[in-house]
Design a protein around this ligand. Structure first.
Ligand code: A3P
Length: 318
């Protein structure tokens, strides 16, 4: 295809020719270091694994695709910048989609073999990635940078992924079969999947090294947003002060970053992120349990069985 001819280095092409591959939702996924990835992001993965130099003060948001990354990016950006960017009509999140303020390493900064100039980023630098824990650039493991991980009930994640992919393939959404996509998801064949390896990799590390890695679940954040925003602030060493508590900073940030508020901003209705995706595609329903409206009871049971089997004994549940 066009991308393979024009945008992938010889080194990447040689690698791709050796990897197992599968056709999923109109794209070819390759299995690299145990996870599935399309050719274009894979080139970005290789580039960031080779070149990204983490600093001790960096914060890296790591997520499974469609688990609430956009929300976490907005919350973290608002939290970290709250001293010099209070919530006003001039806040950067009013004019920018969260993905343009907290950029992906492999999907954005390092795509097309770019090696970005990160000198203008002020500390603490905030980046994001979907890479599995073991595949993070070495410097992330070696430095004291912090990792914040977010995942979500795989049933809702799958439904969200399916809708998102249909939007991305707007010219022929009807030929993406829901059943085939579900079957592949259950086999672990989806971008950055299998989901169980992704989630367990970060979960186990959060138990080993809670100072380094904060593990969050979308459902918990929806249920107790104040508690988790305070945890986030503490974890990244900028706790909410007593004065900020009396000023209502926690509710202010949560309200500003809420699904309804972000979705209704002009930039998120009309704009596109730098990678070309329409901003509106990142805001669909924002609810827990929407899978019930899309999966049959049998499909729900099948995924629940996989979840039970894979996470059994880990202490983790959805
Ligand atoms: P749904 O498709 O279930 O609605 P990601 O940001 O990782 O791509 O995940 C997208 C999911 O997060 C979508 O889920 C989207 O609606 C939801 N989402 C986006 N912004 C949100 C917010 N501010 N609060 C809660 N959920 C949000």
């Amino acid at each position: 295809d066009k991308f393979l001819k024009e945008e992938v280095t010889e080194e990447c092409k040689a690698l791709l020719s050796t990897l197992p591959k599968e056709e999923v939702m109109l794209s070819t996924l390759y299995k690299y270091q145990g996870f599935w990835c399309a050719a274009r992001p894979l080139a970005g993965v290789l580039a960031c694994q080779q070149h990204f130099q983490a600093q001790d003060t960096d914060i890296l948001l790591t997520t499974t695709p469609k688990s609430g990354t956009t929300w976490l990016k907005a919350l973290m950006f608002a939290l970290i910048n709250r001293k010099h960017s209070p919530i006003t009509k001039d806040h950067p999140l009013i004019a920018n989609n969260p993905h343009d303020l907290v950029r992906y390493l492999e999907l954005d900064l390092y795509v097309n073999h770019q090696v970005p100039d990160l000198a203008s980023f002020t500390s603490p630098r905030l980046f994001s990635t979907h890479l599995p824990f073991v595949s993070l650039p070495k410097s992330v493991h070696q430095s004291a940078c912090k990792l914040v991980y977010l995942c979500r009930d795989p049933k809702d994640t799958f439904v969200s992924l399916w809708h998102f992919t249909r939007k991305l393939r707007a010219q022929n959404p009807e030929i993406i079969s829901f059943e085939a996509a579900f079957h592949n998801y259950c086999k672990g064949v989806n971008p950055f999947g299998p989901f169980w390896d992704h989630i367990l990799g970060y979960w186990n590390e959060s138990l080993r090294n809670p100072e380094k890695l904060l593990f969050l679940q979308y459902e918990d954040m929806k249920k107790q947003p104040r508690l988790h925003l305070r945890r986030l602030a503490e974890f990244i060493r900028c706790p909410i002060s007593a004065q900020e508590e009396t000023e209502g900073v926690v509710d202010e940030i949560l309200g500003f970053c809420s699904f309804d508020n972000l979705r209704n901003l002009k930039v998120n209705k009309d704009g596109r992120v730098s990678t070309g995706v329409e901003n509106s595609a990142f805001f669909r329903r924002g609810e827990v349990g929407d899978w019930k409206n899309h999966l049959t009871a049998e499909m729900g049971d099948r995924l629940d069985k996989i979840i039970e089997e894979k996470f059994c004994g880990s202490g983790l549940s959805f």
